[in-house]
Design a protein around this ligand. Structure first.
Ligand SMILES: NC(=O)c1ccc[n+]([C@@H]2O[C@H](COP(=O)([O-])OP(=O)(O)OC[C@H]3O[C@@H](n4cnc5c(N)ncnc54)[C@H](OP(=O)(O)O)[C@@H]3O)[C@@H](O)[C@H]2O)c1
Length: 294
């Protein structure tokens, strides 16, 4: 298959491109310099040249505070951008995999969200990502809309200044004796490598639709940090943040755990428990040679 990855040099995009290439597909990674998703002309031009059978959209304007400050730009990228990709892939008969987020939910359910639950975003980022989902679902019937959560991978997240949460905790542990981390926001930390593998699996099926795709289980950011330090034998005093210690500038869901119900019902789920995913990430980080096939 000819595959185009939008946001190809991003944290998730790089792993997605590698995963499809490893399966023998002909992959083209498109960076922001090569395609501007908010411009229909740019999307037409970039995809017209390639004529891919599958497009994977990992691009987004997803810095939550910046989205809140510039809703028009957030909608242009996350909403109109998704529409442009859906329109062009629909016209050319290509399949579109579109990445979305747990932030389409408000967190008030306090139990894992399934694909059946009604979204109710709390902020501009979540609203614009939800608009992108709806545009894709109503424009190209050959779509997979894939919501994920709290992602981390070997490539840096471009929107968040380079360091994922694991790397940030390990860096801070070298600079400080004590760390305080919020203990009242619950997520399912999900490695990009597994999301990429999941997308390859989905692309083999024609079970189009909406999917939740996150690690099994859930934890607070404090619990995630504790696991990082435990698994790396890092000595540091870790405390839960005091209530109000890190006031959020933008409303965020306190509980955005997703259940991969649709993947499981179709026997497609590849995800492991979040702690297993973390162990694998740390092992690869420690011994990168293991990545080289024998
Ligand atoms: N990070 C998380 O915890 C998280 C959680 C849930 C869902 N998600 C979703 O996961 C996806 C991937 O996130 P990520 O962490 O891999 O992000 P990332 O590292 O910031 O990568 C995003 C990529 O999109 C590109 N891009 C941004 N605006 C664009 C535009 N207007 N046109 C074309 N390309 C554009 C960026 O290029 P430049 O940097 O050059 O602009 C970058 O290559 C996003 O859809 C995000 O909403 C992320």
């Amino acid at each position: 298959m000819k595959v185009a990855v939008i946001g190809g040099n991003g944290q998730l995009g790089r792993d997605v491109a590698s995963a499809f290439a490893d399966e023998g597909h002909v992959v083209t990674s498109l960076t922001h310099q090569e395609v501007e998703v908010s411009s229909l002309a740019s999307v037409h031009e970039a995809l017209g040249v390639l004529s891919p059978e599958l497009v994977v959209n990992t691009s987004a304007f997803h810095h939550v505070e910046k989205c809140e400050a510039d809703p028009a730009l957030a909608f242009a990228v996350n909403g109109i951008g998704a529409h442009n990709l859906a329109q062009v892939t629909q016209e050319t008969g290509a399949t579109l995999i579109h990445i979305s987020t747990d932030y389409v939910f408000d967190g008030r359910k306090n139990a894992p969200y399934t694909e059946e639950d009604a979204p109710a975003p709390l902020n501009v980022y979540g609203n614009t990502k939800l608009s992108g989902e709806l545009f894709v679902r109503s424009t190209n019937p050959r779509h997979f809309v894939v919501r994920t959560s709290a992602i981390y991978g070997e490539s840096p997240c471009r929107a968040k200044g380079g360091l994922n949460f694991v790397e940030l905790m390990l860096k801070l542990s070298k600079e400080r004796n004590e760390l305080r981390v919020v203990d009242d926001e619950f997520v399912s930390p999900t490695p990009t490598e597994l999301i990429a593998r999941q997308l390859v699996g989905l692309s083999r099926s024609s079970e189009y639709g909406l999917y939740h795709a996150t690690s099994e289980g859930s934890c607070s950011w404090f619990e995630f940090a504790a696991a990082i330090f435990e698994l790396t034998n890092t000595r540091i005093r870790l405390e839960p943040a005091r209530p109000g210690e890190f006031p959020a500038k933008v409303s965020r869901p306190k509980y955005s755990v997703l259940e991969n119900r649709a993947l499981k019902s179709k026997a497609l789920n590849v995800f492991t428990h979040w702690k297993q995913g973390l162990e694998n990430y740390l092992a690869r980080r420690e011994h990168p040679a293991r990545l080289i096939p024998a």
